[in-house]
Design a protein around this ligand. Structure first.
Ligand SMILES: C[S@@+](CC[C@H](N)C(=O)[O-])C[C@H]1O[C@@H](n2cnc3c(N)ncnc32)[C@H](O)[C@@H]1O
Length: 279
């Protein structure tokens, strides 16, 4: 079991110091998903560079398998030490026999895949009966909780709000934002049931995150100064470790309350943990 009490904010600010808002979102994400039970053997669908699995499953034996279509990430992931085996593959053609895994984990991946039904069918195929599918995705509330969306709606600039959200969709390459009920239908079509759906990133935190994206130059409307200072090209000047320490210490304190905020009961948040169970 991952540890929900680990300080994911400090760990991720240290790893993603060059993009602090990414660290904030992912820290809340890991704190939330760490409360789930991940039965072994486990598969990490869209494992990327393995950094997230390395942090989340730090105290555990390596995850049995991870895969990703992106070759550079597949080459990098074994160095994380998080996996027994990493392969290059696509979610709609997984290189594993039927009923192999007790759990399929997918962190911030499904929203980037244009055609999801064949991927969910593959998840169900490789899961054992009763096995768990645990996915984190942006929620159906993601767009309307963006600071830039809310600010425009407040002055009745509905077209501007929609254009703002559309620009964020394009920048982050998000294809969809299903509601928990829609997740239930999609999982059912694939032969799974929705065991639960839990929102994270309360409204206040998403507003902070969206504004921080501008402050730290994560999106095109932001001031590029921070992004410029954190650029790998300038590593040779030797000042970046000081920025990194500043980020960990200052933002680690300044964003602490936001990191610890839960979505109020019955409320919604910008992120959603979807837990499915193979029938
Ligand atoms: C935002 S990254 C998340 C990576 C990792 N799970 C993490 O949390 O750091 C999205 C990942 O999804 C992968 N991906 C994109 N399309 C995919 C597909 N069709 N099947 C599997 N993975 C895919 C990308 O290559 C990328 O590594």
């Amino acid at each position: 079991m991952p540890n929900p009490d680990r300080d994911y904010l400090t760990l991720l600010l240290d790893r993603y110091w060059f993009a602090p808002p990414v660290a904030l979102w992912r820290a809340v994400e890991l704190r939330t998903v760490a409360e789930e039970d991940f039965p072994r053997p486990m598969l990490d669908l869209g494992c990327g560079d393995g950094l997230i699995a390395q942090v989340l499953f730090a105290d555990e034996t390596p995850i049995e398998a991870g895969f990703d279509p992106w070759l550079a990430q597949v080459r990098q992931a074994p160095a994380s030490g998080a996996y027994a085996r990493v392969q290059q593959a696509l979610g709609d053609a997984m290189p594993y026999p039927d009923a192999t895994f007790g759990c399929v984990f997918s962190n911030s991946v499904l929203e980037h895949i244009p055609d999801l039904a064949p991927v969910l069918a593959e998840v169900a195929r490789v899961l054992r009966p009763g096995g768990r599918f645990i996915a984190t995705v942006p929620s159906d509330a993601f767009r309307r909780l963006l600071a830039g969306y809310r600010e425009r709606v407040e002055v009745a600039d509905f077209d501007g709000a929609e254009a703002y959200a559309r620009a964020v969709d394009a920048r982050l390459e998000h294809h969809r934002y299903p509601s928990p009920a829609e997740w239930g239908e999609m999982l059912a079509e694939a032969g799974m049931r929705l065991a639960r759906a839990r929102y994270y990133i309360p409204a206040e935190v998403e507003v902070l995150w969206d504004r921080a994206n501008a402050t730290y130059g994560i999106h095109e409307h932001g001031q590029p100064l921070y992004r410029w200072l954190a650029s790998p090209r300038l590593r040779k000047f030797g000042y970046q470790p000081f920025i990194r320490r500043w980020v960990v210490n200052q933002l680690g304190a300044h964003w602490r309350r936001a990191y610890e905020l839960d979505v109020p009961p019955g409320g919604v948040g910008g992120g959603l943990v979807v837990v499915g169970e193979k029938l």
